[in-house]
Design a protein around this ligand. Sequence first.
Ligand SMILES: CC[C@H](C(=O)O)C(=O)SCCNC(=O)CCNC(=O)[C@H](O)C(C)(C)COP(=O)(O)OP(=O)(O)OC[C@H]1O[C@@H](n2cnc3c(N)ncnc32)[C@H](O)[C@@H]1OP(=O)(O)O
Ligand SMILES: [Co+2]
Length: 143
Amino acid sequence: MTVTLLDHVAIATPDLDLGSAPYTALGLTPEGPDEEVAAQGVRVRAFVVGETLIELLAPIRPDSPIAGFLEKRGPGLHHTAYRVTDLEAEMARLRASGARFLSDTPSPGRAGTRVAFLHPKWGAGTLMELVEHPAGAHGSAGH
Ligand SMILES: CC[C@H](C(=O)O)C(=O)SCCNC(=O)CCNC(=O)[C@H](O)C(C)(C)COP(=O)(O)OP(=O)(O)OC[C@H]1O[C@@H](n2cnc3c(N)ncnc32)[C@H](O)[C@@H]1OP(=O)(O)O
Ligand SMILES: [Co+2]
């Protein structure tokens, strides 16, 4: 079993400052500066919650999956993400068990990570993401 951590819970928002309000009110602070991930058409702000993160996602392009999600479902919970130690091995293992990935190969994620998404239908209604951190990632949570 190579899932080692609930890496993050992602929230879709039209605007990072607007979406940050409840988390700031809880006294949570961002892990670092906002980050744009062009591959996903998003701007990300990650709040540290102990060993895991709240990943706030705002679209930077109309064709971003987050823009589509907001149009159809409005702001709120978007996906859950699980840290794995070997992404390719986990993808192969899950594929062999019938899992449906949204792409054949990993994509670039936040903070130099590599990510792969499983179809929400396979996730029993939840969009699920696997995250592999660069070897030796630092920080209390390895973030
Ligand atoms: C910065 C990177 C960061 C990181 O962690 O490092 C990220 O997490 S980036 C996050 C943004 N990127 C993605 O979400 C990529 C994966 N997502 C997709 O490819 C699409 O959003 C997809 C395929 C999940 C949905 O695409 P689309 O909305 O065009 O398709 P449908 O509307 O036809 O949806 C199909 C079916 O799935 C349901 N759905 C859609 N999104 C979600 C969701 N987030 N959670 C649960 N279910 C979802 C949708 O309602 C449809 O179901 P149906 O019963 O047919 O209505
Ligand atoms: Co994510």
